[in-house]
Design a protein around this ligand. Sequence first.
Ligand SMILES: [Ca+2]
Length: 195
Amino acid sequence: MTFEVRQMYDVIIITMYVTEGSASGDPHMTTFDGRRFSWQGVCWYTFFKACTTHPEFEVTAKFEPRVDTEQFKTRTVSFNVTVGNQYAIVNRRNVVTGSIGNKHVDSTVIHIKEDEHLITLMFKSKDTTFTLEWTLSKHLLKTTISGTDYNGKLCGLLGNADGDKRNDFQTPDGIEVSDVTTFGESWKINEIMCD
Ligand SMILES: [Ca+2]
């Protein structure tokens, strides 16, 4: 996986590419602030979320080992967007929406657009809009953040989005680490079991 990051004015544009058959080995990731790393996680991880005790939103992703390569490599297969009590789970091309705690399912919270080759999810928190574009055929997830409300207030595998890439390897306890595996595995969601 690689992320392309462009920052201009108050708009941060993050593009995550999950490349197929890359000679350089994958996944490669780059945080919101541009720190690149490679690491092979399996199961569900916090991609990014509002970094509070009760986050307004959270995006998690599932990585699975690839079967078409001799080397151990993983790639994104599913992701889950939770905003308040609303959620959307995208598993390959299958989209399921629902609510937590039998609350009313409100389709205006997470906007979902399904095209033949692209699934787009969009949600807004404060004045910031998050857009995720998922292209399964390339295991490509493109994320765009428009707005400044969460600069420095995000956490997860994509870092804190404060403009400084040096401080991006922080665990859920807010401890800075230098080891990529320690950082990556700290964001594993232990409540979810995978095969
Ligand atoms: Ca940072």
